[in-house]
Unconditional design. Structure first.
Ligand code: IVH
Length: 676
């Protein structure tokens, strides 16, 4: 064969093999026999062997690299790989739609819905039409190079097929295991005495991060691609449905279950259909992703630091677990509120072991008919806090014990009181040890007296050893006594005492907050501190005077007056003074009050996307505190508040030498202004 012909034949074989890979691995519909396929493959291998000058790393024969890599190289993503925010209720989908319509100015938006594959996100970079690297998501900014293992996935094309070919394009999607393949893999591992993978997603992650591609090649990983990162030199279609077609045309595996809807109502109406479909899929999909079809709107909507605003995930079922209730205990909070808590047989749920769950209040227990000994279904309600969804009544033995509140506090046995307007029973004994413990912890907490090192364990020993009986006893502690405690060396003792000493010079607003007056949070403490000049003044204030302050209503005003009427609390304040805790505002606090706050009278410019605030939220906060927000940077600008991907405003601000506030600092200023 002439060399030109050889080159052509090699190229043709590569094309043919990739095409048959696609028919086999993506379409599940081979058009030639295995034998015929093997013949093509063998011919290619032989030609590449004989004519090394035509070898190419992108040849289908090179999918299984011979050598393990020594480590996974870090790869900086040219565009961040984000996550999606989750919703659980149809109402939240409608909120999402409303937000999108408001931000985009459109009356109606059409959406594309796709299954949310529970796999591992990857990005595939194609340079001049060939795969140059594959990387994991990592922290979203920097991922790991997994080209060697991703190449072993036959359904992922090593070249782009459809002209025009962009100079660089990132195709993104998900790598996953089908459930059956995962089971087979685990069975094999069990036989070999290797640790099992917890679920298909972990197996997929573990496999693509293998250093040795030959091991990865033995495992049938699969992929679905659905979006893009960096795109250079070509105009991709401007609708998500058409982009999926583009991917299909280029022989990428695309999930066949996607559908376009003309408005959010149609999406909501289709939810139960999707839910049924999810259950029938051979792989795990933990929900659906709803994306605005019109891609020209995506940059208009932009993104928060974590996720784009043009897409949202809808999760059908949260992960659930069965377990039994070993006991129902009553927990007494610092304000005396009694919360029933289920002690559970420990069980894994959503990545953590759960052994307790709040049952909220006796009414809730009665409504769900939860009994000691019951088998229950647990769920993590959209977040990290587990809740008991329901009781599995079919498996009751008859020995389950209904919950009875009892008449006394579980800690001090004083009578419980249930107020009419709340479902929560309360212990009204101010000397109740459980309340005391809660109060001391609150007193020491970060935004109160901020006494570092004072945690629940240390407090327990202090109480147990009888070293303290009330909050102010903290200030009577001495090194020699502290050292008698277990695990308390001289150094830790000294540190604690130094913290306590330092805490005496406390601001009035922190001190008010530290008292733990019911209904008085950080912000109200700040308001009180601004109006009054000392703790005594607050203590003497009448309900009317309190009511005249901004944001203080009847419940809070009453609660404050009541607090200072209780003799134990009066004693507390006397003791605070006795031990040298500052209860009056200092000169600098007073002048800070006059100065108003950080924001007053200053001009701000916002740029870039912030994680915690939308533009209008940030603007509202600044204006609420007396600042001004303008859209252009000028010599009058005091601060530029910086989000992600700031625009040209930042350059301009630098030119003018304007101070820059990053989101974190901005948040700090807000907290400071709010009294922390
Ligand atoms: S669109 C945010 N579509 O879910 C960038 N993501 O929680 C746009 N995922 O990191 C992603 N199936 O790895 C999109 N059909 C799908 C998806 C999907 C699974 C993953 C993806 C993302 C994560 C977000």
């Amino acid at each position: 064969m002439m060399s030109e012909n050889i080159k052509k034949r090699i190229e043709k074989l590569r094309r043919l093999i990739e095409e048959h890979n696609y028919r086999y691995y993506v379409e599940n519909n081979p058009t030639i026999s295995d034998l015929e396929y093997d013949a093509l493959y063998k011919e290619l291998e032989e030609l590449e062997e004989r004519y090394p000058r035509y070898r190419s790393p992108h040849s289908p024969t090179q999918r299984v690299g011979a050598h393990p890599v020594s480590e996974l190289r870090k790869i900086q993503h040219p565009m961040p790989m984000m996550s999606i925010s989750n919703t659980y209720e149809p109402g939240e989908l409608k909120d999402f739609d409303r937000r999108c319509r408001n931000l985009s100015g459109k009356d109606i938006l059409s959406y594309v819905v796709e299954p949310k594959i529970d796999g591992v996100a990857v990005t595939l970079m194609y340079e001049n039409g060939t795969l140059s690297y594959a990387a994991t998501r990592g922290d979203g900014t920097t991922g790991e190079d997994v080209t060697h293992t991703v190449k072993t996935i036959y359904s992922i094309p090593s070249t782009l097929k459809s002209a025009p070919i962009p100079s660089r394009i990132e195709v993104r999607g998900e790598i996953y295991f089908e459930n059956e393949d995962f089971e087979i893999l685990n069975e094999k591992r069990q036989k070999e005495g290797k640790p099992l993978f917890a679920n298909p997603r972990n197996a997929a992650a573990g496999t693509i991060k293998l250093l040795d591609p030959r091991i990865a090649a033995e495992r049938p990983l699969k992929a679905f691609l659905y979006t893009f990162g960096l795109v250079e030199n070509i105009d991709l279609p401007s609708q998500q449905v058409l982009r999926l077609s583009w991917l299909k045309k280029n022989l990428f595996p695309v999930n066949p279950h996607y559908k376009k809807y003309n408005n959010v109502q149609q999406v909501v109406e289709s939810l139960s259909e999707w839910e049924d479909l999810m259950k029938s899929l051979p792989y795990n999909a933990d929900g659906i992703v709803i994306k605005i079809n019109d891609i020209s709107l995506h940059p208009i909507l932009g993104s928060t630091l974590k996720s784009p605003r043009w897409a949202v995930a809808y999760k059908f079922t949260q992960e659930q677990a069965f377990t039994t209730i070993k006991d129902i205990r009553l927990q007494v909070g610092r304000t005396g509120a009694i919360t029933p808590v289920a002690e559970l047989e420990p069980v894994r749920l959503g990545g953590t072991t759960i052994s307790r769950a709040s049952l909220h209040n006796p009414d809730e227990i009665e409504r769900k008919d939860i009994r000691k000994g019951d088998t229950v279904i647990l769920e993590k309600g959209g977040g990290i806090i587990p809740r008991v969804v329901s009781v599995v009544k079919d498996v009751r033995s008859g020995n389950e014990k209904p919950f009875k509140l009892g008449t006394g506090c579980p800690e001090c046995n004083s009578p419980l009181k249930i107020n009419q307007d709340e479902a929560v029973p309360r212990c009204e004994n101010i000397n109740c040890p459980a309340q005391l413990k809660g109060r001391i912890l609150h007193f020491c907490s970060r935004y109160a007296m901020n006494i570092e090192g004072m945690g629940p364990a240390l407090l327990d020993s202090l109480l147990k050893e009888g070293m303290i009986y009330k909050v102010t006893d903290l200030y009577t502690l001495r090194t020699s006594r502290l050292q008698q405690l277990e695990r308390m060396g001289e150094k830790s003792a000294d540190n604690l005492l130094r913290e306590l000493e330092r805490s005496k010079d406390v601001s009035l607003s922190r001190l008010i907050y530290a008292l733990g007056i019911r209904h008085v949070g950080l912000r109200s403490a700040q308001i009180l501190a601004r109006h009054f000049t000392s703790l005594d003044e607050v203590a003497r204030a009448s309900e009317e005077e309190l009511l005249s302050l901004p944001e203080i209503g009847t419940t809070m005003a009453r609660s404050i007056v009541q607090f200072f009427q209780i003799s134990e609390n009066q004693e507390l304040i006397e003791n605070l003074k006795k031990y040298g805790i500052k209860t009056e505002k200092s000169q600098s606090e007073k002048s800070a009050d006059r100065e108003e706050n950080f924001f007053t009278g200053k001009n701000f410019v916002l740029t870039g996307a912030m994680e915690e605030f939308t533009r209008s939220e940030a603007k509202e906060i600044i204006e609420q505190y007396g600042g001004r927000v303008t859209s252009t940077v000028s010599g009058n600008t005091d601060y530029i508040v910086l989000g992600e991907n700031p625009g040209s405003k930042l350059d301009k601000a630098r030119k003018y030498g304007i101070s820059i506030l990053r989101e974190r600092d901005f948040e700090k200023k807000i907290r400071l202004t709010q009294g922390e």
